[in-house]
Design a protein around this ligand. Structure first.
Ligand code: NAD
Length: 443
């Protein structure tokens, strides 16, 4: 019986392994982490992350072929396949600080795998890592360890938070990269057999190691670039009277462009897009490609500009000052259907208010910014507010009773829709002054 262990019980490790356990009942899956609070939560009725459908998957397998544990070494030692799904944040100091990926967690996981292993293992890069990381991992694993074979595969994860379970059940593709050697081919086949339990074989793409590693960075860079492209267009729409939704529809119907990921917004957030582009920029620079690095840097610059533009619009609309005014921030997660607030645009927007234009901010979820107080109810958050900033596209905010919201606000009442989810004309009829990104402005 194949045994799988995954190091890292986070947003990727937890859901991915839960789905493998569900789809492969004959495989024993252990998810291990050094964070005991996280493991305790995985073993409780209150999972550490919110994902639609996740509770159900975990409940079906936990205690049968799915186990969550802090006994990292034991489970790694017993496994045939070790996935490594630890965090790979941006380095904050030293060489490459602010751009390069911090591989500290990866390195310590690799050293531990080497130390505790007594049998051959396939080691799978599940984390997003810089291209050529497998070379470094191979050195760590094989140095001074004779008689045990480690085969490294790259199997980057393409799930999106908020739709993780759906994406894992029905992926656009599963990508497996390995060395072009007999051992590499055998390892690829083993991992392919795991995914083939539920993923159609033509959706399992096998490449060389470096293509797989780079494809994950490339995918995130392309997705983020699309957001920055439509957001750059939204600024031009506002300046000219064009409507970005109409422009997106017009260009998205071109089959070469396609309709997805063309919604203008206050900007992208989350723990991945910015870090992965910065990582790509660093790799380009290290490989003597400064012009390519500049190209990708611009995606981040436009994203920052979009948030600044949004805050400036709020302030200028509210008679050039928000000092002493109350602003309700609706939503704090970086997108809907997740509780993840890592690098959420809402934080950047609040910080910009906090530092540049002190206001009383009232978001409908937690934060640590000093002029902010937190409430969980949107009606309470908006009571007596001068303005509302919609930061997350939660369905709840589409369905609010905006007449009730308007009645309880200071007048004139402003709505700044950072996700373009409200019905602008309906709100204007109620009496709101509405700003929607990339749309014709209220006169
Ligand atoms: P996360 O921070 O939620 O989880 C990582 C976990 O690894 C943490 O719980 C941490 O305690 C654990 N860990 C770190 N070092 C460890 C060690 N030595 N031993 C045991 N546990 C250890 O991160 P995440 O969001 O799951 O992302 C993991 C990786 O997957 C990152 O490289 C990320 O870029 C990538 N990724 C993330 C997403 C996403 O949507 N979050 C999607 C695709 C890929």
């Amino acid at each position: 019986m194949v045994k799988i262990c995954c190091i890292g019980a986070g947003y990727v490790g937890g859901p991915t392994m839960a789905v493998i356990a569900l789809k492969c009942p004959e495989i024993q899956v252990a998810v291990v982490d050094i964070a005991s609070a996280r493991i305790n939560a995985w073993n409780s009725d209150h999972l550490p992350i919110y994902e639609p459908g996740l509770d159900d998957v975990v409940k079906q397998c936990r205690g049968k072929n799915l186990h969550f544990s802090t006994d990292v070494e034991k489970h790694v030692a017993e496994a045939d396949i070790v996935f490594v799904s630890v965090n790979t944040p941006t380095k904050t100091q030293g060489l490459g600080a602010g751009k390069a990926a911090d591989l500290t967690y990866w390195e310590s996981a690799a050293r531990m795998i080497g130390d505790v292993s007594k049998s051959d293992k396939i080691v799978v890069e599940k984390s997003t890592v810089p291209v050529k990381t497998a070379e470094a991992i191979e050195k760590i694993l094989t140095h001074n360890r004779k008689g045990i074979n480690f085969t490294i595969l790259s199997n980057p994860e393409f799930l999106a938070e908020g739709t993780a379970i759906k994406d894992l059940y029905n992926p656009d593709r599963v990508l497996i990269g390995g060395r072009e050697t007999p051992e590499g081919a055998k390892a690829i086949q083993t991992l392919r057999d795991v995914y083939a339990h539920w993923v159609p074989i033509d959706k399992i793409l096998c490449t060389n190691l470096w293509s797989a590693e780079l494809s994950k960075l490339a995918a995130n860079a392309f997705l983020a670039q699309r957001i920055s492209s439509v957001n750059a267009m939204s600024a031009l729409c506002e300046a000219t009277g064009a409507d970005v939704s109409q422009v997106s529809h017009a260009i998205g119907t071109d089959s070469r462009i396609g309709p997805k990921f063309l919604n203008a917004s206050v900007g992208f957030g989350g723990s991945c897009f910015q870090k992965d582009i910065l990582n790509l920029v660093y790799i380009c620079e290290c490989n003597g490609l400064p012009e390519v690095a500049t190209y990708w840097k611009q995606v981040i610059k436009v994203n920052d500009y979009q948030k600044t533009r949004f805050v400036n619009r709020v302030v200028s609309s509210m008679f050039n000052t928000v000092s002493g005014k109350k602003i309700a921030i609706l939503g704090f997660a970086f997108k809907k259907d997740t509780g993840d607030t890592r690098e959420t645009p809402a934080i950047d927007v609040c910080k910009k208010f906090d530092w540049d234009h002190p206001a009383h901010l009232q978001p409908s979820s937690p934060t640590s910014i000093k002029t902010v107080s937190v409430v969980w109810d949107a009606y309470e958050a908006t009571k007596d507010a001068h303005g509302i900033c919609i930061m997350t596209e939660w369905d709840e905010f589409k369905k609010l009773d905006y007449q009730k919201v308007y009645d309880n606000m200071q007048k004139p009442a402003f709505v700044f829709d950072g996700r373009n989810i409200v019905e602008v004309e309906k709100l204007r009829k109620i009496g709101f002054i509405v700003y929607s990104i990339g749309k014709p402005l209220d006169s």
